[in-house]
Write a protein that binds this ligand. Structure first.
Ligand code: PLP
Length: 295
């Protein structure tokens, strides 16, 4: 979707206490060239990002996204973002999001220009793609080997697993492979047989009446949508849990969803060609909740 608005941020130190960061924002033409060719985000994918849903002008779960941006920055040894500065930038961006319907605000923090003095940061706004078919009719998924074991994130922190980095080429390749195999999307699994996440979404399984998601210490992102949905389910008296999920548990689930900030909840209709029951009513209630204003 074409960008509607873009804002470059001059990143402030994380403890900069100034009340207004308006002077550190520069509105740019989103269709014109803006980045230096020396940018490490484009040369190496060296940076982090967040995609935030906007519904009827309301920015969803700002705090959870800012916390994950800070978490990703820590993992990647990037200077800690000034969360108040980013919050104000999101506020400016939100004024350019669609007033009705769904939009996406993207936050990007790059290591900057090679040998440059500071990181580069910017925010964009675009209308959201139409996800209604996936939400209503569901998606077929295949499991794909992520190529590492469940203990790899702890043994090899330099792989940056758990950070939302700009290096999504592998994630996009996995979706292409899923399509080659006749599915819509993928679920990554470890080489030693544990379930991780989808290339751009978290996985939620319903097993024996409980809602389960793979524990984020296994090198996956802690999804803001999953977090929000679990809080909602708990309020309604449901049991939820973070678990180390063996791939065999995919067969035990009587419902499953991929969830993310822009797609919201897409029910899974088949895993590796095996049909999966869909709870249409519950899925609709998930999406009603996810489309309500959430903070
Ligand atoms: N896991 C990965 C790899 C993702 O890219 C995303 C979102 O893009 C998610 C999980 C879900 O995160 P969120 O619910 O915060 O959008």
């Amino acid at each position: 979707m074409a960008l509607r608005f873009a804002l470059v941020i001059e990143p402030a130190a994380s403890d900069d206490p100034r009340p207004s960061f308006a002077d550190s924002f520069r509105v740019i033409d989103p269709s014109a060239p803006a980045l230096s060719v020396g940018e490490l985000s484009t040369q190496r994918g060296d940076g982090i990002f967040e995609s935030i849903g906007v519904v009827d002008g309301h920015v969803q779960e700002t705090q959870a996204h800012l916390e994950r941006l800070a978490h990703s920055a820590r993992i990647c040894d990037l200077p800690g973002p000034n969360l108040e500065q980013w919050r104000q930038a999101i506020g400016v961006a939100a004024r350019h999001a669609p007033a009705t319907g769904e939009g996406v605000i993207k936050l990007i923090l790059s290591r900057g220009v090679e040998h440059g003095p500071a990181p580069t940061a910017w925010v964009t706004v675009a209308p959201a793609p139409d996800n209604s078919a996936a939400r209503e009719h569901g998606i077929r998924v295949v499991t794909l080997d992520r190529g590492y074991g469940i203990d790899t994130p702890a043994r090899a922190p330099w792989l940056l697993l758990g950070a939302k980095t700009l290096s999504y080429a592998v994630n996009m390749a996995a979706i292409r492979e899923a399509k080659r195999r006749g599915a819509d999307d993928a679920i990554f699994v470890t080489s030693d047989g544990f379930v991780l996440e989808a290339p751009t979404a978290s996985l939620i399984l319903r097993i024996g009446g409980r809602f389960v998601t793979p524990a984020p210490h296994g090198g996956i992102l802690h999804g803001t949508t999953q977090l929000s949905l679990f809080a909602h389910l708990e309020e309604q008296g449901h049991e939820t849990g973070y678990e180390v999920v063996p791939t065999g548990a995919l067969r035990e689930a009587d419902a499953a969803w991929l969830v993310s900030s822009v797609r919201l909840a897409a029910p899974i209709t088949a895993i590796d060609g095996v049909e999966m029951p869909v709870d249409a009513e519950l899925t609709a209630s998930f999406n009603r909740y996810l489309l309500s204003a959430r903070d």
